[in-house]
Design a protein around this ligand. Structure first.
Ligand code: PRX
Length: 629
């Protein structure tokens, strides 16, 4: 078929890349757009089902969609057992490198063995199908083993990012009512130790439901072990109960697989619920086609398992595809800015998937660091988490990809579970655009009334039809699920992003339209930062906004009203920053805190963050008719 002539800066994929691709793009788009349910069911057919589904999509109780109803499967079985029965038994499932240079490789056989052993430990601790288990660790192999072990027995994991701190962990433990916490003693980060167990001890004083704590020894530094509650992972794994025979639970397609907390417009983080069946099909298929996974590939998704990117594309997606996934524990530029490039050369990584903030960070160090290394193993690159500015895209393409690796700029969310707007290797690329919806996905840009906007006009990004890996509900809060995502435009899923489509139908994401701030690609809510600030005894009121930042994309700026009688000092400002770090996590520490006497509010008392933002940027604050003073 003749190539479509596109406007603007376009990078066409080479014939070599196109011929290699799993996805025959034209056919896939055509098939999926005409018969999306047949497309998804043909993808599901590639996976193992203990019992085949009766119905691909059950939309009888919108927006509580169900997929592959009546089907019985287990994502862990599909990630491990299926491959262990084939020539992949001794293939590497994971290659791991620690920040301190240690390394570990796990074959599919070994990963299955360790998963079964830990699943038996969890059972021994009383964990049953449906029980929640919180996991709080750095990027170590045990985090993967713990997630898979939960999935195997039908328990629901809730991974809390190791960069979160006391209150964030407490809230998630309490909301999920977890019985068991799996934690590491600490994590290595930039040569220092993050004291995860110490943070967990403090969080546990605030949370009541945890009965047992399993502690993975990573750093070996001195920690407190509470008798009767805390147990070492390696000691439990040495018990006879930790044997390697543990049949996978035959879970229902709609049985919960995990909760993952994410920030929303208001209030506390919400627990996004994903399930065994649809989630599995969605991430299996998107990874296979978008990153063109082949048998001998080594795939590196440089995210953290504590975020959706890590769940879907470090852990489950690569394993479902029988691929070899690489995970690195530490900081990108530690001890030197060539650390990543050194590892790509050392392990022969073929596909690198990272975030614009990391790319911009590397750009600052210059081309010489990557140029010292042989990066010729790379075939495809990826980007996720925030819009990638064309300058960073071009640097990534030229310096890392040597102008031969297409960049898959994947737009998606914790809630979508899988890539939604993304190129495939055969797609002509425009730097900064996620190109088009994945086959079977119907996305659009609409105005305030839900009508499609014209090309090049900005509007709200919506998804118009259900997809298998979609959020099922907000755990414990189905009303919030309906209100948050489905109430503004009936029948359309509201993403919370603004975007525009160009004349070629290419999507360009602009950013969040709500009170979510993306800092270095991490999703934070203004509400979390503000509530951490007001939990400090000196603070009466607080407001947080995101302002543009060269490397982080956005940086947090906070405005604080002190309690009467409290004096404004530099030490207090620093203390407030540290306090946010202690309660939410280092990523949430405001870049800048300004002490003010008042905050712009509506007459009903809502803080007008857009006014603060406009003022900070020297822009027109727009309509002020609702401003109280
Ligand atoms: O604003 C979009 C941005 O990240 C948000 C979702 O954040 P989270 O749930 O943490 O998931 C991040 C990783 C999937 C989106 O609403 N976002 C994500 N990917 C992109 C993006 N913005 C622009 N381009 C992307 N490729």
């Amino acid at each position: 078929m003749a190539e479509q002539k596109l406007s603007g800066d376009v990078f066409y994929p080479s014939a070599e890349i196109k011929n290699h691709a799993n996805a025959k793009c034209d056919e896939l788009y055509k098939f999926a757009s005409k018969e999306s349910l047949s497309f998804w069911s043909s993808e599901a057919d590639n996976l193992h089902w203990f019992k085949k589904w009766d119905k691909v999509l059950d939309d009888s109780n919108k927006p509580f969609f169900k997929w592959f109803t009546g089907g019985k499967t287990n994502i862990c079985y599909n990630c491990l057992d299926v491959h262990v029965k084939t020539f992949r038994r001794n293939k590497l499932a994971f290659i791991w490198e620690g920040e301190n240079g240690e390394s570990l490789s796990l074959s599919y056989f070994a990963l299955k063995r360790e998963t079964c052993r830990f699943a038996n430990v969890l059972k021994g601790l009383g964990i049953q199908k449906g029980d929640r288990v919180t996991i709080y660790m750095g990027r170590v192999p045990e985090i993967i083993i713990a997630m898979l072990a939960c999935a195997r027995i039908g328990a629901v994991h809730s991974v809390v990012y190791g960069g979160f701190s006391v209150e964030a962990l407490h809230e998630r433990l309490e909301d999920s009512q977890s019985k068991v916490l799996v934690v590491a003693d600490g994590a290595f980060q930039r040569g220092k130790i993050v004291e995860l167990k110490k943070i967990a001890d403090e969080a546990l004083q605030r949370a009541a439901t945890v009965q047992s704590v399993v502690v993975v020894k990573r750093t070996g530094h001195q920690i407190n072990m509470e008798q009767g509650r805390d147990m070492w992972y390696h000691e439990l794994m040495a018990l006879p109960i930790a044997n390697s025979f543990c049949p996978a639970e035959k879970t229902d397609a709609e049985d919960p697989l995990f909760l993952l907390y994410t920030s929303g417009t208001t209030g506390k983080p919400k627990a996004i619920l994903h399930t065994h069946g649809g989630y599995m099909v969605g991430i299996y298929s998107t990874l296979k086609y978008v990153f063109d996974i082949h048998e001998d590939d080594r795939f590196w998704c440089a995210a953290d398992p504590g975020w959706i990117t890590g769940h879907s594309y470090i852990v489950y997606g690569p394993l479902l595809n029988g691929a070899t996934s690489f995970m690195y524990e530490g900081a990108p530029s530690y001890p030197f800015p060539n650390r990543w490039w050194q590892m790509i050369e050392k392990y022969g990584i073929n596909i690198l998937y990272t975030a614009p903030t990391a790319i911009r960070g590397f750009m600052r160090y210059g081309d010489a660091w990557p140029n010292r290394h042989d990066l010729s193993s790379l075939r495809l690159l990826g980007s996720v988490g925030e819009p990638i500015n064309p300058e960073a895209w071009k640097w990534y393409h030229r310096v890392i990809g040597k102008e031969k690796c297409p960049i898959m700029d994947t737009w998606w969310q914790t809630e979508t579970g899988m890539f939604m707007i993304t190129p495939m290797p055969c797609t002509p690329l425009k730097p900064g655009s996620g190109t088009k919806p994945f086959p079977g996905i119907e996305a659009d840009i609409v105005d305030d009334n839900g009508n499609p906007v014209k090309p090049n006009e900005e509007g709200f990004l919506v998804i118009k039809t259900p997809w298998p890996a979609m959020i099922r509900t907000i755990y414990n809060d189905p009303d919030r699920y309906v209100n948050q995502y489905w109430s503004k435009y009936p029948g359309m899923y509201m993403t919370g992003d603004s975007a525009r489509k160009d004349d070629d139908g290419y999507f360009w994401i602009i950013g969040r339209v709500d009170d979510v701030i993306k800092v270095s690609g991490y999703r934070l809510g203004t509400a979390e930062i503000e509530s951490a600030l007001v939990s400090h005894p000196s603070v009466a009121e607080a407001a947080a906004i995101g302002l543009p930042h060269d490397v982080k994309g956005n940086a947090i700026h906070a405005y604080v009203i002190l309690k009467t009688g409290v004096n404004k000092t530099d030490t207090l400002v620093e203390e407030l920053r540290q306090h946010v770090g202690h309660e939410v996590g280092p990523i949430a520490k405001p870049e800048h805190i300004e002490i003010v006497d008042s905050l712009p509010k509506t007459r009903s008392g809502k803080i007008m963050r857009r006014v603060l933002k406009a003022k900070a940027l020297g822009l027109d604050p727009g309509n002020l008719s609702t401003l109280e003073e």
